[in-house]
Design a protein around this ligand. Structure first.
Ligand code: 5GP
Ligand code: ZN
Length: 152
């Protein structure tokens, strides 16, 4: 395992690094040597939790495979605990915003666990169906552009 990425490394002026060092308090629900999970201050829905790597990494594009394996392997256990904390939770959206355009506002990578209660709760997500605008050739061209960029 690549110890360089798993060793804690903090960035100046990062509020989540300040949470990691204890300079900003948080309602922590889980932590180990790799991740810290704490309540999102906004509580988009009750129980809204953030899971962050204990080392500063800006976004998903900056993870290596070892850090990703270590961080993402913790998600199901934390998600199950959040879900089990309230019988009214019937589902969960798990989100990871990358880049300002994708609604990232804190540039220390984090995974949102958003418990869902009903289709009238305070969380909404819209996937527009644009399939009518795409021919098979359009799909194939996009497929090839992505495949050409795969590492390793
Ligand atoms: P993003 O928009 O980057 O995906 O999500 C950042 C999240 O961090 C927001 O949902 C916001 O409520 C949360 N947040 C920002 N500052 C703090 C803080 O100081 N403490 C906690 N617990 N959450 C924060
Ligand atoms: Zn940070």
């Amino acid at each position: 395992m690549d110890q360089m990425t798993l060793e804690p490394h903090y960035a100046d002026d990062c509020i989540f690094c300040k949470i990691l060092t204890g300079d900003i308090p948080s309602y922590t629900v889980y932590e180990d040597n790799i991740v810290k999970a704490f309540l999102d201050i906004s509580q988009g829905t009750p129980g809204h939790t953030l899971v962050i790597p204990k080392t500063h990494v800006q976004d998903i594009f900056a993870y290596d495979a070892d850090l990703a394996a270590a961080v993402f392997s913790r998600i199901p256990k934390i998600a199950r605990a959040v879900k089990a904390s309230d019988p009214a939770i019937t589902g969960m959206n798990i989100l990871n915003n990358n880049g300002k355009v994708a609604y990232q506002s804190v540039f220390h990578s984090h995974i949102h666990l958003v418990p869902r209660y009903t289709d009238q709760d305070d969380f909404k997500m819209i996937f527009k169906d644009n399939s009518g605008n795409y021919t098979p050739a359009d799909y194939a061209a996009i497929q090839e552009k992505i495949k050409a960029q795969l590492e390793g």
